[in-house]
Design a protein around this ligand. Structure first.
Ligand SMILES: [Zn+2]
Length: 277
């Protein structure tokens, strides 16, 4: 499933081909994503210029003067770009949408169709108030995010810190893999109640969250060419995990076997010795 790093790498891959570029037309082959793709998307976007391609959590925001195209990759979605339209291969079964610019073609592929492509008209107000975006927590790379932020927003949260991170309402982008990895680096037990973690330990966690996401984006950056004109490869990537998916293998710090537990139906991996409390 695409997480924040995949979405950020996608954004960086697409931006040079779409920002300040004018849409010629949009081909919608199948509207059936998680919610129906707007029926008149081509009429809405043709002749309009993408001002900026932004990311908020796992959403890509295509900002036009008259509104914003909100896209989410769901479980299996991917955007690909072909810098020259002559080189674009014929669409496959799961290639639901093409956005055509004068030079480039940007194509949305989504085999499982849990992704979304929605239009938010500028007359309805700021896109950050859209129901899908309004409840999102702070961005992990926002200057306001840090130990104090985590501390302040967890004083009444009795749930485990792992669950709170996954919730996305305190901070976005810390998906299942990144939650396990960050907690390991900060030496915090994933089962620890969020309100019982002190400021100093939250400082360590905030640093770890940023480190883990930065590394994952860097790994993705090195595979950036896979997004440009590639076919076949799914374009996902992962950092070299220290605990995630390593149940039974020795901890890289203390050699104790890594434990797998299930929290809220999601697997958590941790070291019982390094992450005692
Ligand atoms: Zn250990």
């Amino acid at each position: 499933m695409p997480e924040l790093p995949e979405v950020e790498v996608t954004r960086r891959a697409l931006a040079p081909y779409v920002e300040q570029k004018t849409v010629e037309s949009v081909i919608v082959r199948d509207r059936r994503l998680r919610w129906p793709v707007p029926p008149r998307l081509s009429a809405l976007l043709a002749g309009r210029t993408v001002e900026r391609l932004r990311r908020r959590g796992k959403y890509l925001l295509w900002e036009f003067v008259h509104g914003t195209l909100i896209s989410h990759l769901g479980m299996s979605g991917a955007w690909r770009v072909w810098p020259r339209r002559r080189a674009v291969p014929p669409p496959g079964t799961h290639d639901h949408v093409d956005i055509l610019f004068i030079a480039a073609c940007v194509r949305l592929t989504d085999p499982r169709r849990f992704g979304a492509l929605l239009w938010h008209d500028a007359r309805k107000g700021d896109v950050t108030q859209h129901p899908l975006l309004a409840g999102l927590g702070i961005e992990p790379f926002d200057a306001r995010f840090g130990g104090a932020w985590l501390y302040r927003h967890t004083r009444t949260r009795g749930a485990s810190i792992k669950q709170v991170l996954l919730g996305g309402d305190v901070v976005v982008g810390v998906g299942n893999i990144y939650a396990s990895e960050s907690l390991f680096r900060a030496r915090i037990s994933p089962k620890r109640s969020a309100r019982r973690i002190g400021l100093v330990r939250y400082e360590a966690l905030a640093t770890a969250v940023r480190e883990v996401l930065t590394e994952a984006i860097a790994v993705g950056g090195s595979t950036l060419r896979d997004f440009v004109g590639a076919d076949g490869a799914d374009g996902y990537f992962m950092l070299d995990a220290r605990v995630y998916d390593r149940a039974g293998e020795p901890c890289r710090v203390c050699a104790t076997p890594i434990v797998r537990v299930v929290q809220g139906q999601r697997a958590t991996f941790y070291c019982r010795v390094c992450q005692k409390r």
